[in-house]
Design a protein around this ligand. Structure first.
Ligand SMILES: Nc1ncnc2c1ncn2[C@@H]1O[C@H](COP(=O)(O)OP(=O)(O)OP(=O)(O)O)[C@@H](O)[C@H]1O
Ligand SMILES: [Mg+2]
Ligand SMILES: [Zn+2]
Length: 507
């Protein structure tokens, strides 16, 4: 007797179709699994047997040969339990149904329950691409998978109810997709609490609008951490596409909130400086995404920037440039997207007061150089907006007036982002920070004065060639915030100013 059941495999974010083929024959009762199945898959034999027995389902006692096709692709994970079990039930005659358009994913526990799996969204997307019409997966994954268009998703609680459904006895209702537009407002801190620091707030607004990396540098207690933690309150809305991308990563990382199966708020990952490179970049024997990918389409916040291990910071270089990170392991290589806005905050020296007006730095020159030197030139070069956060004046701090609220700033940011979405429609680019060299001059049109200013900054102030492109992109964002198609001198001047700090501290 022979049967086959569709399923989907997963490695990293890469999902691929898998068919569980089964053949039963007379002989000593046994289950053999082939098809490059690793230990986690081999163990499914034990789970399946116990699950069936404990659910009161009788499987014919014979010899089963299971093959997970394609046989030359490595299979790892426990989610093949369900397709293998359904294949066995089919070949044993327990289930009598046409399963051509159906696929099954899920781990089975010894009592017959079907348990939550990681990466369900990526697998559901692949299933739909392969023409699957009905997807059966764990009940707790159903809402997540139901986002996928053209797929009827059934959340399965246990194998007994699945058998009853497939035999037409007691139907499981199809899962309802979560509404993308639900906007439960999180309580994020507001910019209204931050007194003064208008220039810094302006820089943060620009960074959020164009998705530029930003560095805040200044003496202790001036509000650097306070300001950075308020960035989520002004970020533009996520698009549906962005939401799906980030949800897939969170699903694979196993951090998806079961109550909110679709990530609709941009991530803000505040990472401790004790983070390892695996924690930050990703890794493990089956490579999992790191913080930089979990922050995809959102913000990666590195406070006390020089306190991070220098080697860890260096590993950021390639992903910051490419918006993608590839992790290679013996089990294969995996790529995760990491299109992020990096926000970093730091003091300029161990005592914190170097270069600050009205304050005395107690560090030796060597200490200062050593401290700043922890941030390498190439890492610094990737940060488009660098701003000084000065001490707040007493009058500003003691004033009772509230500053501009995050809501007002967020509206300007959203308008600037909408302009970018329109500008880059039909391309892979989403924000000004991603403008590629081939279209740089087409989308960054300067008026005469702006051109002259830039030429002067380049020739006289020693702006580097690498900085040139980046200045133009930031100027593009300044103009977008102004609603101006042409880049004027004031826009270029601001962008150049954001690149001058490194000369004060790093030279
Ligand atoms: N501009 C400001 N407006 C209102 N309160 C402020 C401001 N700046 C600092 N504070 C107060 O000072 C506290 C410390 O600020 P914060 O932790 O952001 O400083 P920091 O610049 O990150 O310092 P450090 O360099 O030591 O990390 C804040 O929690 C807040 O109470
Ligand atoms: Mg701080
Ligand atoms: Zn100092």
């Amino acid at each position: 007797m022979f049967a086959q059941v569709n399923s989907v495999g997963l490695f990293g974010l890469n999902a691929f179709p898998v068919t569980a083929e089964i053949s039963s024959s007379a002989g000593i009762p046994a289950i053999n699994i082939s098809g490059l199945a690793d230990m986690s898959v081999q163990e499914s034999k034990l789970r399946i047997k116990a699950a069936a027995e404990n659910s009161g389902i009788k499987i014919a006692k014979c010899m089963y040969t299971v093959n997970l096709a394609p046989a030359d692709v490595r299979k790892t994970g426990s989610f093949y339990d369900l397709p293998i079990l359904v294949a066995m039930l089919t070949v044993s005659g327990v289930i009598d149904a046409d399963l051509k358009d159906s696929a099954f994913i899920g781990e089975v526990s010894l009592n017959g329950d079907v348990c939550f799996v990681q990466g369900a969204l990526s697998m559901a997307i692949k299933a739909a691409e392969c023409g699957i019409k009905r997807l059966y997966l764990p009940y707790e994954n159903a809402a997540e998978a139901a986002v996928v268009k053209g797929l009827r998703v059934y959340g399965v609680k246990n194998i007994a109810s699945l058998a009853a459904h497939l035999n037409g006895l007691s139907p499981i209702p199809a899962a309802q997709p979560v509404d993308f537009n639900i906007n439960d407002s999180f309580s994020v801190p507001d910019f209204a609490d931050v007194k003064g620091q208008d220039a810094v707030k302006g820089a943060v607004e620009t960074a959020a609008a164009g998705f530029h990396n930003i560095l805040l540098i200044g003496p202790p207690g001036t509000g650097k951490s306070m300001i950075a933690k308020r960035i989520p309150s002004i970020l533009p809305r996520m698009t549906f596409e962005e939401s799906i991308e980030t949800t897939q990563i969170h699903s694979v990382a196993g951090i998806l909130n079961k109550e909110r199966p679709l990530v609709t708020e941009r991530p803000f990952r505040d990472v401790s400086h004790t983070a390892s490179s695996v924690g930050l970049i990703g890794g493990g024997s089956v490579p999992k995404p790191g913080e930089i990918s979990i922050a995809h389409n959102g913000v990666l916040f590195l406070d006390e920037f020089p306190e991070f291990d220098r080697r860890v910071l260096e590993t950021l270089r390639q992903p910051l440039e490419n918006g993608e990170i590839t992790i290679s392991r013996a089990s294969g290589s995996v790529s995760y997207p990491c299109n992020i806005m990096l926000a970093a905050a730091m003091n300029p020296c161990p005592c914190g007061n170097y270069g600050a007006e009205g304050k005395t730095c107690t560090c030796s020159q060597k200490q200062v150089t050593g401290y700043l030197g922890k941030i390498s030139r190439p890492v610094l070069d990737r940060i488009d907006i660098q701003v000084e956060v000065p001490s707040v004046k007493y009058e500003e701090l003691s004033g009772r007036e509230k500053s501009e609220s995050s809501k007002v700033i967020a509206e300007r940011v959203q308008r600037a982002r909408d302009i970018q979405l329109e500008r880059f429609k039909g391309t892979k680019i989403r924000t000004n920070s991603q403008i590629t060299p081939d279209i740089l001059h087409e989308v960054c049109v300067l008026d005469e004065q702006a051109g002259a200013y830039l030429k002067n900054a380049f020739e006289k102030s020693g702006l580097s060639a690498r900085a040139y492109d980046r200045v133009l992109k930031v100027a593009r964002t300044c103009a977008d915030l102004d609603g101006s198609e042409i880049i004027h001198k004031k826009h270029i001047a601001r962008a150049v100013q954001y690149r001058t700090l490194d000369r004060k501290y790093w030279q």
